[in-house]
Design a protein around this ligand. Structure first.
Ligand code: PLP
Length: 405
């Protein structure tokens, strides 16, 4: 069982007051706060160990290269990937999806080909595919969601055709909190010989992800949403895909040899890591993952499930509040509206009470269109949140109602 009082001490940012109230940070879907071990590691790396990786024969360069490659191994273990060269460091989930949309797209997508995405995707898992469709005159096919915010899986089978080349799907919706049955969907896609990219940006921090068990072809996430640093992300790809796909960007480190006549590319993972990548961020990320391992992924999941149950009950007691996203299987995200009150007004008033929530479309405009709304208030929780913070949110919302009615 998690000791939340102790755990909160690991996160210095949470100790502060905002507008004279103890901070209630419920914008974890946007970015998570960092434990001391991540902050201290970055400080130590820059003050004592910084040097460019893979390039030097000197002590510092060799030392940091080792630490960096160990970080890759930590990510591999965290995802239960088969090989560490299946782990590519990118700038984030967005960078990872763009890498595959470009690289896979260059090799495998032609006119009239089809790419399936769902209606609940973050823009990061829509726009790169749309750009590809524009380049190649291909088509985007949409898997719809129902009123609870669940995928209409029964309609999936009919979306496949001989032209389907890839399916890209979020593991967990950043807006509705829905946990999608990705394993089952991957299985269905594979019966059609269609590879699957899973956007794990909102999943990796909430439970166990096992890429070999899922059998996904690609899995992506961002460091900053999993208690790690900004500007670093992961692209997991099955070896066979990474071997056969062309590089996304050209530059240093991704080459074996360069002449003006011909350039040959490096082996994976380096083929996809052009330029001086964010090695400090990568090491920081590995520290965040080790921290989660120490807490225990199952304990995190169990605790957050309790928060979800408690929060759902409490929010549903507020008259005129409607929650968007009532999937059977969901993470601790509450997207909601108060009848007759604009989400921005509510968000501003909550802020004055030291409560940080997000308001707007959450980069998932098609979800808003599906429900015929402009946006929502989103409280996205992490394992450092508490039931008493949920009570503060509820009190804050009652105050908002009082002010606007
Ligand atoms: N996918 C999902 C489901 C997200 O929630 C986000 C960010 O909110 C992203 C992708 C993009 O992440 P990043 O901006 O870190 O690349």
């Amino acid at each position: 069982m998690l000791n939340i009082v102790e755990i909160r001490k690991d996160f210095p940012l949470l100790e502060q007051k905002v507008h004279n109230f103890p901070l209630v940070y419920m914008d974890n879907g946007a970015t998570t706060q960092k434990p001391r071990i991540v902050i201290e590691t970055i400080k130590q790396l820059y003050s004592q160990q910084n040097s460019s990786i893979h390039r030097g024969v000197h002590f510092l360069s060799e030392q940091i290269t080792d630490i960096f490659e160990n970080a890759r191994n930590t990510v591999k273990e965290f995802l239960n990937a088969g090989e560490s060269h299946e782990i590519i460091f990118t700038s984030g989930a967005t960078g990872s999806i763009n890498t595959i949309a470009y690289s896979f797209g260059e090799k495998h997508i032609g006119p009239e080909d089809e790419i399936i995405v769902s209606e609940m995707e973050h823009h990061a898992n829509i726009v790169p595919w749309q750009m590809l469709c524009e380049r190649k005159r291909a088509k985007l096919i949409i898997l719809p969601i129902d009123d609870n915010g669940e995928l209409q899986i029964d309609r999936l089978e009919n979306l496949f055709s001989r032209k389907t080349k890839i399916l890209a799907l979020t593991h967990v919706s950043n807006t509705l909190g829905t946990i999608n049955p990705v394993k089952k969907i991957i299985e269905i896609a594979h019966t059609h010989n269609v590879p699957v990219l899973i956007d794990g940006a909102q999943a990796i921090q909430h439970g166990t992800v096992d890429v070999r068990d899922l059998d996904c072809d690609f899995y992506v996430f961002s460091g900053h949403k999993v208690y790690g640093p900004n500007g670093i992300g992961i692209l997991y790809g099955k070896e066979k895909w990474l071997e056969e796909l062309p590089p996304y960007q050209g530059g240093g480190d991704m080459i074996k040899s360069v002449t003006f006549k011909k350039t040959t590319y490096n082996d994976i993972p380096f083929k996809f890591e052009a330029g001086t990548i964010n090695y400090i961020g990568a090491i920081g990320l590995s520290k965040a993952l080790e921290y989660l391992n120490r807490l225990g992924k199952q304990d995190i999941e169990d605790y957050e499930t309790k928060l979800l149950k408690y929060g759902t009950e409490k929010l549903n007691e507020i008259e005129g509040l409607r929650i968007y996203g009532n999937a059977e299987n969901k993470i601790c995200i509450f997207s909601f509206l108060l009848e007759g009150i604009h989400q921005y007004d509510a968000g501003m008033v909550l802020d004055k009470m030291g409560i940080a929530v997000r308001t707007g479309t959450h980069c998932a405009q098609p979800v808003m269109d599906r429900f015929g709304i402009q946006g929502t208030i989103r409280a996205s929780l992490a394992f450092y949140n508490t039931k008493s913070e949920i009570d503060r949110l509820v009190q804050g919302l009652l105050k908002v109602k009082e002010m606007f009615h």
